[in-house]
Design a protein. Structure first.
Length: 139
């Protein structure tokens, strides 16, 4: 199910475009942001995402994106307005949340990073959600 005003997209979205696969917002995980990691190797994976409003709307001020849920500490978010849209920011730019300005009807690229640790068992973890918070206004 789509949000009426703003959504997150994965699937290699284009900066400034309107492409990408809409990430599920209903908790059904029909189109989740996903990473396959080998816990025995303590791996991480960076996933390119975008956020945009529906036509005719924009975020008033900034939008904050953060992982929430039981294992949110294993996820991080990065936004870097100076990075290219095709390469992820340096690891030092990832944190518990990211603040993104100027979100309107075109893709604004951000990145999420999932990390595994050697002390965990193999699992299909669906406890984490990527939450976007901001005030929506008419364009």
């Amino acid at each position: 199910m789509a949000n009426k005003y703003i959504n997150i997209y994965a699937g290699n979205p284009t900066s400034g475009g309107t492409d990408g696969t809409q990430v599920s917002t209903d908790g059904a995980n029909t189109s989740p942001i996903a990473a396959t990691l080998d816990a025995s190797k303590a791996e991480s994976a960076k996933i390119k995402c975008a956020i945009r409003c529906e036509t005719g709307y924009h975020v008033v001020g900034d939008v904050t994106i953060a992982p929430t849920g039981t294992n949110a500490a294993k996820w991080a978010v990065a936004y870097d307005s100076t990075a290219t849209a095709d390469t992820s920011p340096d690891d030092g730019k990832f944190g518990a949340s990211a603040t993104i300005p100027n979100v309107a009807a075109a893709n604004v690229i951000f990145w999420v990073k999932a990390t595994s640790s050697a002390d965990e068992d193999p699992a299909n973890d669906t406890t984490v959600k990527i939450q976007a918070q901001g005030k929506i206004g008419k364009a």
